[in-house]
Design a protein around this ligand. Sequence first.
Ligand code: ATP
Ligand code: PRP
Length: 208
Amino acid sequence: MVTEDYINIALPKGRMANDTVELLVNKGVATNCIDFDSRKLIFEDNINKIRFMIVRNMDVPTYVEKGACHLGVVGKDIIEELNSDVYEFLDLNIGYCRLCVAALNSWDGEFSHNLKIATKYPNITKKYFFEKGFFVEIIKLYGSIELAPVVGLSDLIVDLVSTGETLRKNGLKEVVTVMESTARLIANKNLTKIESFRIKKLIEAING
Ligand SMILES: Nc1ncnc2c1ncn2[C@@H]1O[C@H](COP(=O)(O)OP(=O)(O)OP(=O)(O)O)[C@@H](O)[C@H]1O
Ligand SMILES: O=P(O)(O)OC[C@H]1O[C@H](OP(=O)(O)OP(=O)(O)O)[C@H](O)[C@@H]1O
């Protein structure tokens, strides 16, 4: 699907998609050719010769790294977790959130060995605790992470916090911030060489 005249951009389904499209339209990079309510997964902007691929958030780096897409938009949290071999060109300054260690409000412990930690981010979590010298047990979950300490599945969680509402509503508190995240523009390394002129122009337009 990589054709000579089109630049393929992987966009994440979900909360960041609308903001990304709005940004690209405002910067004059693309026309609004995307209907998120339709079941279509590919949208073509025939004026700017851009093809948008709508993919799962966690899958954006894979589409880019493997060369199915020239570019992609994805949170720094995902880039760190997957450690993909892609270029990271721009901070788009949207999709701000923090990856935090959180615990039940009643938790007054300290970090120690053998703590059970539930998370969607096993690699970041392991690295964070291992670098502090703690051998923790990671419990990989795919969503509703805040439930884990409430039902005794874990001692702590590592999850994204934006407004803090989900923590509050479930009787949890933030313990410490592991990292902050915003959306980044990533690029395939080989395709960047081949399409360097158009990609440079696109970056300039987004920066301008
Ligand atoms: N409150 C938030 N919670 C989660 N992610 C947020 C939040 N605010 C911004 N983000 C950013 O948006 C990205 C996508 O979040 P979203 O919750 O839409 O995807 P997801 O649930 O991980 O995706 P999927 O449904 O594909 O698993 C995150 O990786 C993060 O970078
Ligand atoms: O601080 P807040 O503004 O409340 O946002 C944080 C919540 O948002 C995300 O969940 P999401 O809605 O993506 O659902 P998930 O449980 O499927 O990850 C994240 O995992 C937190 O649960």
